[in-house]
Design a binder for this molecule. Sequence first.
Ligand SMILES: *[C@@H]1O[C@H](CO)[C@@H](O)[C@H](O)[C@H]1NC(C)=O
Ligand SMILES: *[C@@H]1O[C@H](CO)[C@@H](O)[C@H](O)[C@H]1NC(C)=O
Ligand SMILES: *[C@@H]1O[C@H](CO)[C@@H](O)[C@H](O)[C@H]1NC(C)=O
Ligand SMILES: *[C@@H]1O[C@H](CO)[C@@H](O)[C@H](O)[C@H]1NC(C)=O
Ligand SMILES: *[C@@H]1O[C@H](CO)[C@@H](O)[C@H](O)[C@H]1NC(C)=O
Ligand SMILES: *[C@@H]1O[C@H](CO)[C@@H](O)[C@H](O)[C@H]1NC(C)=O
Length: 414
Amino acid sequence: MISLLAPRGLRPAWIGITAIAAAAILTLFFLYSPRLQTTTSRVVVPDPANHIVTDPSYVDNNTTTKNVSPVVSDASLTNRLAQYFIDYPLHPPYKEHFGELGQRSQVLRDWLTLADHSPESTGKNLLLNATERVAVSLYPFLEKPKGQNATDKPVSDLRASFEPGSAGVVIPTSNNTLRFAAHLVGTMRSVLNSTLPIQIVYAGDEDLSPDDRTRLSRIVESGPPLEFLDILTVFDDSTLQLQTGGWAIKAFAALGSHFERVILADADAVFFQPPEVLLDHEAFVRTGALLFHDRLLWKNVFPERNEWYRSQIRQPSAALDKSLVWTEDYAEEGDSGLVVLDKSRTDILVALFHICWQNSYDVREEVTYKITYGDKETWWLGLELTGATYEFSGHYGGIVGWEQVDSRGRHKPE
Ligand SMILES: *[C@@H]1O[C@H](CO)[C@@H](O)[C@H](O)[C@H]1NC(C)=O
Ligand SMILES: *[C@@H]1O[C@H](CO)[C@@H](O)[C@H](O)[C@H]1NC(C)=O
Ligand SMILES: *[C@@H]1O[C@H](CO)[C@@H](O)[C@H](O)[C@H]1NC(C)=O
Ligand SMILES: *[C@@H]1O[C@H](CO)[C@@H](O)[C@H](O)[C@H]1NC(C)=O
Ligand SMILES: *[C@@H]1O[C@H](CO)[C@@H](O)[C@H](O)[C@H]1NC(C)=O
Ligand SMILES: *[C@@H]1O[C@H](CO)[C@@H](O)[C@H](O)[C@H]1NC(C)=O
């Protein structure tokens, strides 16, 4: 709060707050209007009692027009809001715009939800048109990679690529974690007897060569064959740099996968039960997003982190009240070795756009990977800021292993 009042921060903060307020008011207007009208505004006859009438020949000979408010159609409201978001894009420093982007994304989510439930095509098209234009302006990576046919409806195309009712395990890996990925695939299929499809996601042949892909495929002895997805064929990499982005690929792997329900697992995750149990987990069924905590560490050690969360999260959800990072200023909330998301839900899908944005090149270099460690906190933060529902597994993480290790990671007796 103090930084908001500092002279240097005054102007941007004021503009941001005004923008949020304007967006909120317009959204309310839109949401509570009874149904979608696509008619243009009616001509409003000025009320001589309240307006300065400059035309001396004007005679009001229709008494029923008295006291009629101007009629604004939902169509013009939608287009005005879309144009506002497009004309005033969010610039660096991104650190100050996490919350604002979340608010804008909630409007996007409401448009998508309304479009999905709109019975008539004019209103539906109007909402989808606004959605596509705003989505690309907020999230430029949604555009097709260069060299592929551009389309003016990347959100619809992406949603259409999700197979209705499908679920699967998504494992991003490069050649560097091949060994772990092989262990994970082998455990799931040959030890736990899982039959869920598995998709391996990588960023170009340099990241995971054709030979290494063949090696992984051979591990599968039963169930559906391993699938592969080169993420560079799905998103425009110019604002992402995923080939050298390390953890950043994970969010995009979850978004780009054709599975509707995604179990995203790090290559070095170890399962003791078949991954199928996650899909029936009541928290996942209830909210569409199941997350796992990190270890509970460093109370009051990184106060700037907690202050930053508070500066961006203005309307904390009930889920956040259970967070000891939020309520007691611990440092690490989420781990992302395992994340389960249902992309058929518009709130989760739009949250995933925000999570991906946090992992895009400029944002992760400026904020995400500086203030927090890697992608871990981006998951709950994106869900929280876009007003999506989510639930953490109840306990914070534990540790298995040796307290003292030698240079090769082996147990060193004290
Ligand atoms: C009012 O009625 C007169 C006579 O019928 C007409 O000439 C005039 O255009 C009307 N004014 C308006 C504002 O409709
Ligand atoms: C008077 O104005 C109302 C509202 O615009 C309109 O519905 C009505 O037809 C008008 N009546 C006349 C006589 O022009
Ligand atoms: C949205 O509507 C405008 C104006 O009708 C049109 O030019 C544009 O192609 C449409 N865009 C999408 C994504 O439908
Ligand atoms: C682009 O579109 C053309 C014509 O529809 C098609 O022949 C071509 O295969 C498409 N290219 C890609 C990369 O999708
Ligand atoms: C993975 O590939 C890169 C680039 O080809 C290479 O430098 C690296 O040594 C490889 N790592 C492993 C573990 O094979
Ligand atoms: C997996 O299948 C094998 C062979 O049928 C069986 O021996 C093993 O007990 C199964 N594992 C589990 C966890 O059900």
